[in-house]
Design a protein around this ligand. Structure first.
Ligand code: NI
Length: 165
């Protein structure tokens, strides 16, 4: 396994709509293993393929305390959502910036695992939040896009200042 480089905002690949996976082969499984390794090394709760420069609909997630509950999410669809919940989020592609994002509290997910097996999952709270964040990445959406105009302006100023430093 190897640790991959994480693309940082404003890399344009983070804004592309990723394409579905069609081949569930050893190349895919190697990529998924590397993404899991990269997520753990980076202390992230999730990682989407565009973040490592691959514009495919693949994400890995682990919100467990002991980091043993990894979930492989390929070609995902959120089939239903309920409730709403606000909590602070960050993103490995936007290091050091955190802000509060409102998302659905519960959802039902349909996706494929690394072997190409389809599954359904009911997720709540942190897992539901993390899945929404990662699936957003597959559509070129970042958590800062969910902020109010005022907060987005604050982010832009923060980013500009940081880039100049
Ligand atoms: Ni992210």
């Amino acid at each position: 396994m190897s640790v991959l480089d994480i693309k940082k905002f404003p890399d344009p690949i983070l804004r592309q709509v990723a394409t579905p996976v069609t081949e569930f082969d050893t190349t895919l499984r190697r990529l998924v293993d590397d993404m899991i390794e990269t997520m753990y090394v980076s202390n992230g709760v999730g990682l989407a393929a565009p973040q490592i420069g691959v514009s495919k609909r693949i994400a890995v997630v682990d919100v467990s305390e002991d980091r043993t509950q990894q979930l492989v999410v390929i070609n995902p669809t959120i089939v239903s959502r309920t409730g709403s919940d606000s909590a602070e989020e960050g993103c490995l592609s936007i290091p050091e910036y955190r802000d509060t994002v409102t998302r659905s509290k519960e959802l039902k997910l349909q996706a494929f695992d690394h072997m190409g097996k389809q599954y359904e999952l009911d997720a709540q709270d942190l897992l539901a939040r993390c899945l929404q964040h990662e699936i957003d990445h597959l559509d070129g959406v970042l958590f800062i896009d969910h902020l109010s105009r005022l907060k987005r302006d604050m982010f832009r100023r923060w980013f500009k200042k940081r880039a100049e430093a």
